[in-house]
Write a protein that binds this ligand. Structure first.
Ligand SMILES: [Fe+2]
Ligand SMILES: [Fe+2]
Length: 154
């Protein structure tokens, strides 16, 4: 089945974002692990798996639509200490959220409702899981203070 060229282009842009998020969570989880923040390492390691699954959904859909998946991640936003890393990850999720919303409008306008469903599923993961959890962590640091928060993540 041949997809609309604009849809394939948009899916490839979203794929680059998922590959970036996956790599960013990969390195951030290994940094947490190295520092002994076992809980953060496990949680962000799990997010890495979610982003891999999101990338997989885009790769499969692009191939179904007769396109060529572009396996080049967008530039990473690496953090250098825990609050910085959580903030950078939150920014990534907000950017993905906006890109998904824009893409949903586009695929609706060309009547590609199967791609729309896939995008809505990812928007749900982004808003209700990833972004929500990151926002909670940033708020916990403000409420508990950084040393207490860090102690809770050992
Ligand atoms: Fe994602
Ligand atoms: Fe995400």
């Amino acid at each position: 089945m041949q997809g609309h060229p604009k849809v394939i282009e948009t899916l490839n842009a979203l794929l680059a974002g998922e590959l970036m998020a996956r790599d960013q969570y990969f390195i951030h989880s290994r940094m947490y692990e190295e520092w002994g923040y076992t809980k953060l390492a496990a949680r962000i390691g799990h997010e890495m798996e979610d982003e891999t699954m999101h990338a997989d959904m885009f790769i499969k859909r692009i191939l179904t639509l007769g396109g060529q998946p572009n396996m080049v991640p967008a530039p990473l936003k690496l953090g250098h200490h825990v609050p910085d890393m959580l903030q950078k990850d939150f920014e990534v999720e907000l950017e993905v959220q906006q890109n998904l919303k824009d893409a949903i409008k586009l695929v609706e306008s060309v009547g590609d409702y199967v791609t729309r469903d896939l995008l809505v599923k990812q928007l749900d993961d982004t808003e209700n899981d990833h972004a929500h959890w990151l926002e909670q962590q940033i708020r916990l640091i403000e409420m508990l203070g950084l040393p207490n928060y860090l102690q809770s993540q050992l």
